[in-house]
Design a protein around this ligand. Structure first.
Ligand code: PMP
Length: 435
């Protein structure tokens, strides 16, 4: 690769050229084979090179790949909306297509706001979120993102939104039980609503199971119903960002399905198109959509939204999730992989915590388990572990954030088609990497 490339990404770091992919493996142009241990960025959920999806997309491409939504409706979009709604909680049956996660989140924020205006609650506009968190790169989604390095350059250009701390109960050294901690973390939402003025607060957004920003953070069970109750009492909409946790990755179709408390809006992407096509969706109940349509329409949309090719891909991905039983497989393989990660943590004392659900799993590095202090930044542990694992044939996803403080973690989130033998390969490379 020459340094005269005209292409640029986020950093100066250059990566190998990809050549092809099959199942859980990617091959670079030098013939090196690596396990896609993070499904890209938790995208390639059904694995690479799936023949059913490829054939379905080819067939759609032969018929029509794009028809603008103001001129035509299309059957794949209609059918995908119907199928996707079948996976949603009761009453969540309106599907607004987009092409990615940021667009899905942005759509939730804007529908929430237009709904408030439509029902005479125009004073409500603040969206409370958590710190740390990641909800996308467009300015609206960024405003609810709790990740200073990403938001700082843009603060003059966007309306800063209130944040509460993410529920990092596993780090607390107090006398409360985990469930009591869950309640205490949820109550921070109520404190913030009162501080901001309840009549100004529109919504609360969170990932039910954290993604990259927190490293698969799961709150104590008590957290979720308490959050729902607080939102209800203050007439605030609850938005679940399921961009990373959705589409079966956590062993249920939605991360939020692990708890019996329903959000008002859902953002979905990544595993929904599974890397075959950029695809995402906002899912909403009629009670929020209808007032907006009655008041003149949703003033929001994207050119490529719901195009026939993307929706044909989405339909074929759902077919494969169902045919291969991938949600169940994510649950079963997730248990196996988590048990193996716990075994690694018993051998390597610098692994302080192993967490997550299904195949959205993470391990966190610490100086020691008593203090749970993070490793010194200078060690650059998160980047080193990624580089060593790649050399040994495994891609993992790593970050230097956790809770309200810094700390290194890595996510292991292989495609949901993974077999026990392939889990063995992942674990053996990880073991070698951590040595
Ligand atoms: N929300 C979450 C939870 C995410 O993980 C991401 C992407 N990492 C996004 C939103 C933004 O998605 P995209 O990059 O597709 O815009």
């Amino acid at each position: 690769m020459t340094s005269a490339s005209h292409l640029f990404y986020q950093t100066r770091l250059r990566r190998p050229l990809v050549d092809r992919a099959e199942g859980i493996y990617l091959y670079d142009r030098n013939g090196k084979k690596v396990i896609d241990g993070s499904s890209g960025a938790m995208v390639a959920n059904i694995g690479h090179g799936n023949r059913h999806v490829i054939e379905a997309m080819k067939a759609q491409l032969e018929r029509v790949s794009f028809a603008y939504r103001l001129h035509f409706e299309n059957e794949p979009a209609e059918e995908l909306a119907r199928r996707a709604a079948g996976y949603m909680p009761d009453g969540m049956d309106k599907v607004f297509f987009v092409s990615g996660g940021s667009e899905a989140v942005e759509s939730c924020l804007k529908l929430a706001r237009q709904y408030a205006v439509a029902v005479g609650q125009g004073s409500r506009w603040k969206v409370i979120s958590r710190f740390p968190s990641y909800h996308g790169s467009t300015l609206g989604a960024l405003a609810v993102t709790g990740y200073a390095a990403l938001t700082d350059p843009f603060t003059p250009m966007m309306q800063e939104m209130p944040k509460i701390v993410a529920p990092t109960a596993y780090l607390d050294r107090d006398n409360f039980s985990m469930e009591e901690r869950g309640i205490r973390y949820a109550d921070k939402l109520e404190e913030k609503i009162i501080e901001e003025g309840p009549e100004s607060v529109l919504a609360f957004i969170m990932e039910p199971i954290g993604g990259a920003s927190t490293g698969a953070l799961v709150a104590p069970d008590s957290y979720y119903p308490r959050i729902r109750d607080i939102c209800d009492r203050h007439s605030i909409l609850l938005i679940h960002d399921e961009v990373m946790s959705g589409a079966g990755r956590t062993g249920k179709f939605l991360g939020g399905d692990h708890w019996n408390c329903q959000p008002d809006l859902i953002a979905l992407s990544k595993g929904f198109g599974a890397g075959y096509s950029p695809l995402g969706a906002m899912i909403a109940p009629s009670r929020l959509v209808q007032p907006v349509l009655d008041a003149g329409g949703f003033m929001h949309g994207y050119t490529y939204a719901g195009n026939p090719l993307a929706c044909a891909a989405g339909l074929a991905v759902l077919d494969e999730i169902e045919r291969l039983g991938l949600v169940e497989n994510a649950a079963v393989m997730g248990e196996l992989l988590k048990a193996e990660l716990v075994k690694l943590s018993e051998r390597f004392p610098f692994i302080g915590d192993v967490r997550g659900k299904g195949l959205l799993l993470a391990a966190e590095f610490v100086v020691d388990r008593q203090t749970m202090k993070p490793l010194p930044k200078e060690l650059n542990a998160f980047q080193r572990v990624v580089d060593i694992a790649y050399d040994k044939g495994l891609i993992i996803y790593s970050r230097r954030t956790r809770g309200g403080i810094e700390g290194d973690h890595f996510l292991v989130c292989p495609p949901m088609i993974i077999t026990p033998e392939e889990i063995g390969e992942v674990v053996s490379i990880l073991d070698d990497t951590l040595l």
